[in-house]
Design a protein around this ligand. Structure first.
Ligand SMILES: [Cu+2]
Length: 338
């Protein structure tokens, strides 16, 4: 009986010690919700001398057709085009490095490996699949702190996207005779142009809750080697997260996206062949709901290691012309700071 009591006392005091330690490390940046949901890029800055390495895996799927905001059958696209895609899954592996040379400025470098697959049906009822994969465009960014208080933070993002991703992806299609052709716009890996990225992120943090608002644009410049330029992208994200305890937070966010149409056209693509080769069928407005959670491993286990997961569900999509409908997607990520 006495030994049981002693064990009980020892346990109690170790719990007491642990929670004291937890209190000491309860600085705002060391909570799970201090980082935005994992699908948000450039959400935070670092203190002078800090490094961070990250890896994200993103899976997206598109399936069935839309014209504007309406669901339409494949047959309606096949009245005007020889071929329509029916499904397009996409996988993306992203690696990132962040480093802060000063307290004010954080530098970030991002690279990716992308693989895409597209299933099609032809007017004659035949089906076939094309594939593409490779290294994506490379992004170099500077994040500059404008406001950096304990509870409210504001930083600007300025960057460039270097066209390291291929715009010459080819595959075999069985239309007329099996033939290796250049793939349409959505199956290419990069933009082929030097693009600018600008953004602004505001964060508000309390003991339990975090709120964030981010606006960012990808602005394309010039014309690529295949005579076109992808549309500019404008995106706004608003999110809130709640720290359930010292290592787990849950989040909800809303995302609005506006994508402009492609300017110019690749002369090697016949826009009557397939809907994805017609630039009228590009761009649109999307509104998504995203749920997720962040895990910050306790310092006693590993210092500075985080995990995040997010599930995205389209709530509204208004797409120009005929386009594949965006479906659910998820992002899984690991971040390690030192
Ligand atoms: Cu970071």
């Amino acid at each position: 009986m006495k030994t049981h009591f002693l064990i009980f006392l020892t346990l109690l005091s170790s719990i007491e010690l642990y929670s004291q330690k937890e209190n000491e490390s309860r600085h705002h940046s060391s909570k799970p919700g201090s980082h935005a949901p994992i699908g948000i890029m450039a959400d935070h800055t670092h203190n002078k001398g800090e490094w961070m390495f990250s890896y994200r895996y993103m899976h997206m799927n598109m399936e069935d057709l839309k014209r504007g905001s309406d669901d339409v059958p494949f047959a309606s696209a096949l009245e005007n085009y020889m071929v329509t895609p029916i499904r397009m899954p996409m996988n993306m592996h992203m690696i990132g490095v962040m480093y802060a040379p000063t307290d004010k400025l954080t530098l970030a470098l991002m690279s990716s490996y992308i693989s895409k697959e597209m299933d099609h049906v032809t007017r004659m009822g035949g089906v076939f699949t094309t594939n593409s994969s490779g290294i994506g465009d490379t992004r170099i960014k500077g994040l500059y702190r404008l406001i950096h208080k304990e509870t409210s933070k504001l930083h600007a993002e300025v960057g460039i996207s270097i066209p390291t991703g291929s715009i010459q992806e080819r595959d075999v299609i069985p239309v007329s005779a099996p033939n290796t052709v250049i793939l349409p716009y959505p199956m290419q890996i990069g933009s082929g142009t030097w693009d600018g990225i600008i953004g602004l992120t505001y964060l508000f943090e309390t003991e339990k809750f975090n709120f964030g608002l981010q606006g960012r644009s990808t602005l394309r410049t010039g014309t690529n080697d295949n005579n076109y330029r992808l549309g500019n992208q404008y995106e706004i994200n608003g999110w809130t997260s709640y720290n359930i305890n010292s290592w787990l937070s849950v989040s909800a966010r809303l995302q609005g996206q506006s994508i402009e149409t492609i300017k110019g056209a690749n002369p090697a693509l016949n826009p009557l062949m397939v809907i994805t080769a017609d630039t009228n069928n590009t761009g649109g407005e999307l509104f998504n709901g995203v749920l997720g959670f962040n895990i910050l491993l306790p310092n006693e286990i590993v210092k500075g290691l985080r995990f995040g997961l997010e599930f995205k569900n389209p709530l509204y999509q208004n797409l120009n012309g005929f386009q594949l409908k965006r479906k659910e997607s998820f992002t899984l990520g690991v971040q390690y700071s030192l």
